[in-house]
Design a protein around this ligand. Sequence first.
Ligand SMILES: NC(=O)c1ccc[n+]([C@@H]2O[C@H](COP(=O)([O-])OP(=O)(O)OC[C@H]3O[C@@H](n4cnc5c(N)ncnc54)[C@H](O)[C@@H]3O)[C@@H](O)[C@H]2O)c1
Length: 178
Amino acid sequence: MSKVTVVGAGAVGATCANVMACREVASEVVLIDIKEGLSEGKMLDMYQCSTLMDFDTKLVGVTNDYKQTANSDVVVITSGIPRKPGMTREELIGTNANIMKGVIENVVKYSPRAIIIVVANPMDTLTYLALKASGLPKNRIIGMGGARDESSATWPRLRAPTSTTSTAWSSAATATRR
Ligand SMILES: NC(=O)c1ccc[n+]([C@@H]2O[C@H](COP(=O)([O-])OP(=O)(O)OC[C@H]3O[C@@H](n4cnc5c(N)ncnc54)[C@H](O)[C@@H]3O)[C@@H](O)[C@H]2O)c1
């Protein structure tokens, strides 16, 4: 039995929740966002696909109610603004650091034993902020970026049949990497 909370029900958070639900990596997945009804709607959509996709993970969508996230084993933090064209990850720090501080306070309050995985950018800086703001030991705070970048860097080589195509795919992957 395990419970995972995903904070932020945007592109990354909803995809993360959906993959975990379909793969049944946890018995319960909670999706939480500040936008009224967003998480509830996304979890309802996923739940209505559960017969088709053959999973029975318990799915809970909530708006800013951290009581529902209580005693999570793992909390994945995706809340924050993404980059716009031309922006660096570091330019997100002002907005996303404030979001992170508020989120961490609630996560630690309701799930003091959780492992925290930081996805929001700038990921390295926000992981360090999460470590400092939470007061948790460093082996409980993990930044997720390298694994995803490694996947972006390797998939064209694995799938593209020719070097020309491979180069084109590599350029496309680099251009779209966040
Ligand atoms: N580490 C990586 O490999 C990686 C990959 C892609 C994106 N990202 C980062 O992940 C973050 C999310 O990207 P996205 O595309 O899902 O963005 P998005 O805009 O689609 O979703 C972000 C969500 O966070 C929510 N949010 C904002 N403040 C919140 C709060 N205080 N509490 C709860 N939810 C809150 C928003 O309402 C929104 O639904 C960005 O910072 C992006 O740069 C990281």
